[in-house]
Design a protein around this ligand. Structure first.
Ligand code: ACO
Length: 312
């Protein structure tokens, strides 16, 4: 039992903060940030704009793109690590605010920056089991809520936004979400975690070292499992945390620079929204074309990591 991608949508909040803006409030510079991370600017939600608000807009756009209504969807999974409310889930809030008239399952997954890969992993399992007809995956984050504006080593790295994808059951096993792998290592907790006072504690160099090995490892597993090489893949969309991590990982796998889709310069690290936003960016800018094969590796707090192979 297979599936195919039938729609996508995204939302980036209007407020943009550049590296030059950061240089006015912190001891940093555009040159340092670009050289170490590749980030040039990031979007921040308004104070009264929630993760659910952003998820609703991305979901609405994905439904319009797919020419469907919320009642055509029979499962909603939201990848988020930054919901304002402990309960109910953002997925249930999306369902309610889009006025779904029938009862369907809706839940959030918390896999930090790997969250959207975990959500895609769940969706693939549900399709394989023949349980659902159309599944909406949303990645939505408001990382700006966690920023310590006095900490230059983490403040500049993150952004806000939301993206959505809709997959529909199909008979082809070589379209949509073809394969997924997800991993975690709880012993790495200390490398990167949220704090009780809602800040980000990160050992940057240690996280960097782990990221450049675990993302390629997951991607290699997926390629071997599918019996393909980098030549068969049209785009690699690694989790958008740091350009140096992206380029180092992709090169280890044998991907030329022109096959790496990069949005970290414009969006910074939007965690669970990162890959979904990047896919929408690729479509909207004519980079990704229907039928192309995309490899998606990701890593995040946990540590968690994984990869998926999608034919769009
Ligand atoms: N501007 C200027 N200087 C800075 C800044 C900044 N924004 N941030 C740190 N520095 C300084 C440090 O204070 C340090 O100064 P010192 O030598 O005087 O002490 C110096 O730069 C070097 O610091 P490092 O941390 O060693 O710098 P590094 O080259 O490792 O780059 C970075 C830091 C960009 C954070 C890098 O380690 C990295 O990208 N790590 C991975 C981070 C990541 O991907 N996180 C993913 C989060 S995923 C999730 O799930 C939320």
């Amino acid at each position: 039992m297979g599936n195919r991608l039938v729609g996508y949508g995204s939302y980036l909040p209007r407020r943009v903060m550049t590296n030059h803006d950061f240089a006015k409030i912190l001891d940093t510079s555009d040159e340092w940030i670009v050289q170490r991370t590749g980030i040039r600017e990031r979007h921040y939600a308004a104070d009264n704009e929630t993760v659910a608000d952003m998820a609703v807009i991305a979901a609405t756009r994905a439904l319009e793109n797919a020419k469907l209504t919320i009642d055509d969807i029979d499962l909603i999974i939201v990848a988020t690590t930054t919901p304002e409310l402990d309960f109910p889930s953002v997925a249930v809030q999306v369902m309610g605010r889009l006025n779904a008239t029938h009862d369907i399952p809706a839940f959030d997954v918390r896999g930090a920056c790997t969250g959207y890969i975990y959500a895609l992993h769940c969706a693939r399992a549900f399709f394989t089991a023949g349980i659902h007809e159309r599944i909406m995956i949303i990645g939505a984050e408001k990382l700006s809520r966690f920023i310590d504006w006095s900490d230059r080593s983490t403040a500049v790295l993150f952004g806000d936004g939301a993206g959505a994808m809709i997959f529909q059951r199909s008979t082809s096993s070589y379209s949509g979400i073809i394969d997924t792998v997800v991993m975690s290592d709880g012993k790495c907790f200390g490398m990167l975690h949220g704090t009780p006072d809602h800040h980000i504690a990160m050992n940057g160099p240690e996280t960097y070292k782990k990221a450049v090995t675990c993302m390629p490892e997951a991607a290699r597993y997926i390629m071997e499992h599918a019996g393909i090489t980098a030549d068969n893949v049209d785009w690699i969309i690694p989790h958008q945390a740091n350009l140096r991590i992206i380029q180092s990982g992709a090169q280890r796998l044998g991907f030329p620079l022109e096959k790496i889709l990069v949005t970290v310069d414009k969006h910074a690290n939007t965690s669970g929204a990162s890959g979904v936003l990047a896919l929408a960016y690729g479509f909207d800018n004519g980079l990704i074309k229907p039928g192309q094969l995309i490899l998606y590796p990701a890593f995040g707090s946990g540590l968690t990591w994984g990869a998926t192979l999608i034919r769009v």
